[in-house]
Design a protein around this ligand. Structure first.
Ligand SMILES: [Zn+2]
Length: 237
């Protein structure tokens, strides 16, 4: 089931304290509308009742889509620097809900799930889009590294995200992590992804840098372990 909790949050524009319904967990099998709202970038977009400013409440939830084999601990972008701890917490919750510590029926569901950690809405959305397109998310990160090596510049606060798969193109967008503003769109031939998939062994070094944990994102390599995170996530009005 999907769980909602009420939270008192300050409007980022006028600081008015608002009572907001925040999702604690999402079951996409039962609530495909919530999954769709993530893909369309409108989940937890709020309007301040005092100043009318629009802002987005960062994700802090567990997402499950048993039909597509996805379990994701989606956390706020400002937790990115603490990813090693977030990974541990996520693995513990997965273990209790669907893993070794869960009852047999839940374990049976868990056996078909891949556990992941994501930060920010863009990170969660990308996992959903990649899963839908049948892309291996590790290979997708290798592809991003190949794009960066080919000359695109990586800088703090910018992330390269898979936006959509259109025919033989992977539409990838450089996004401002904090504001979610889209900075630059790339149409990447899917053949580049297929080449990487066919020569996975060549990426063994990167694969081991990324480790076995559930946070599968090249940010892991660039942020390092436990470095200070990015700014809190919040959409501009
Ligand atoms: Zn306000």
């Amino acid at each position: 089931m999907s769980v909602i909790r009420k939270e008192s949050l300050a409007c980022p524009s006028c600081q008015a304290v608002l009572d907001i319904e925040v999702l604690e967990s999402i079951n996409a099998d039962r609530r495909p509308d919530l999954r769709q709202a993530i893909v369309e970038g409108r989940l937890q977009v709020e309007n301040c009742s005092a100043c009318k400013a629009q802002f987005r409440v960062a994700p802090s939830l567990n997402y499950i889509d048993a039909g597509r084999g996805q379990w994701i601990s989606a956390q706020p972008l400002d937790q990115l620097g603490a990813w090693p701890q977030v990974e541990q917490t996520a693995l513990r919750s997965f273990s209790k809900a669907y893993g070794a510590e869960a009852p047999a029926p839940a374990r049976a569901i868990g056996a078909e799930l891949v556990a992941r950690v994501s930060f920010g809405w863009a990170g969660l959305r990308e996992k959903i889009v990649a899963g839908e397109a049948g892309l291996d998310d590790r290979l997708l990160e290798f592809l991003k590294i190949a794009i960066i090596q080919a000359g695109a510049s990586l800088s703090a606060g910018r992330e390269l995200r898979l936006e959509a798969v259109e025919g033989s193109s992977l539409v990838m967008i450089w996004t401002d992590s904090r504001t979610e503003k889209q900075l630059e769109t790339l149409a990447v031939p899917r053949s580049l992804y297929d080449d990487i998939a066919a020569d996975r062994g060549a990426w063994a070094g990167v694969e081991s840098l990324m480790g076995e944990g559930p946070f599968v994102d090249l940010q892991k390599i660039f942020v390092g372990g436990g470095a200070p995170g990015a700014q809190p996530e919040q959409a501009a009005a």
